[in-house]
Design a protein around this ligand. Structure first.
Ligand code: GLP
Length: 250
């Protein structure tokens, strides 16, 4: 266990302010680097941010037309055209409204007969190439679908979801945990860390324990997001509700 916290914490009063700050970061980044390769997560934390990006795009102030976008993770086991897939979510919330050509949207082939090969192919496509990685965080500090205990050198692979994560995500399946897939394909922790810049977003008190762990600065596999402490260019944009650790040194 090491304690060398190099994370930058930006704390805002509300989740609305968080969404404004995150969208400003993304817009600024893409304006400076229109050809960026960006990985986007799904989940409720980023939904307000995506709403702002869509509105800016509608007013001609933001466009992903020259960018390339990568999915962070995806369920295994949903039907191809499922509206609950992360691919459907990103198509509706990012690709179509922000002018991203469909050919510039990349995702793992979770319908392949050989999921290990599909994982390796996706890893090859992204590792080392991402300019910007946007992340949410699970209440157990998972990032992507890298659950506690995931090795920090893990690559893109098939992963088993914990009961806690399936329960948390049941809200997207009408509250029925039995409908939440058991498996997913996720960028690994080393894949995530290979991005040049990372922004992790957290809002709400359900994330407070995970954020407190990160503030403590312990680098430990039981806290997957603590791998970010080793990255060197990671910014956390969080709200007060998720920020329970008081600063003592200022
Ligand atoms: C989910 C996803 C993550 C997401 C996180 C937080 O399980 N696999 O990519 O960032 O957990 O989700 P939410 O924003 O809905 O709290």
């Amino acid at each position: 266990m090491q304690t060398n916290n190099s994370l930058q914490f930006d704390v805002y009063e509300s989740d609305t302010e968080v969404a404004e700050a995150v969208s400003n970061e993304i817009i600024g980044f893409v304006n400076q680097n229109p050809n960026s390769k960006i990985s986007f997560p799904t989940g409720s934390t980023l939904s307000k941010t995506y709403e702002i990006l869509r509105s800016k795009a509608q007013h001609g102030k933001f466009s992903l037309e020259n960018a390339e976008v990568f999915l962070l993770d995806e369920y295994v086991g949903l039907p191809k055209e499922s509206k609950d897939s992360y691919l459907s979510y990103i198509i509706e919330n990012i690709q179509k409204p922000c002018g991203l050509p469909i050919g510039s949207l990349h995702y793992p082939d979770v319908h392949s007969a050989d999921l290990n090969q599909a994982s390796n192919d996706y890893e090859e496509l992204i590792a080392g190439g991402l300019d910007l990685q946007i992340l949410g965080i699970g209440s157990n500090a998972h990032i992507g679908f890298n659950e506690p205990g995931t090795p920090f050198d893990s690559k893109t692979r098939i992963s088993e979801l914990t009961r806690e994560t399936r329960e948390a995500n049941s809200k997207y399946f009408g509250g029925n945990v039995d409908l939440v897939p058991h498996r997913c394909l996720t960028q690994g922790l080393s894949t995530i860390l290979s991005a040049k810049k990372i922004i992790l977003v957290a809002t709400g008190k359900s994330k407070a324990k995970a954020i407190a762990g990160l503030k403590e600065g312990k680098i430990d596999e039981s806290l997957p997001a603590s791998a970010l402490i080793t990255h060197g260019n990671t910014q956390l944009i969080i709200d007060e509700a998720s920020n329970t650790v008081k600063q003592t040194n200022n």
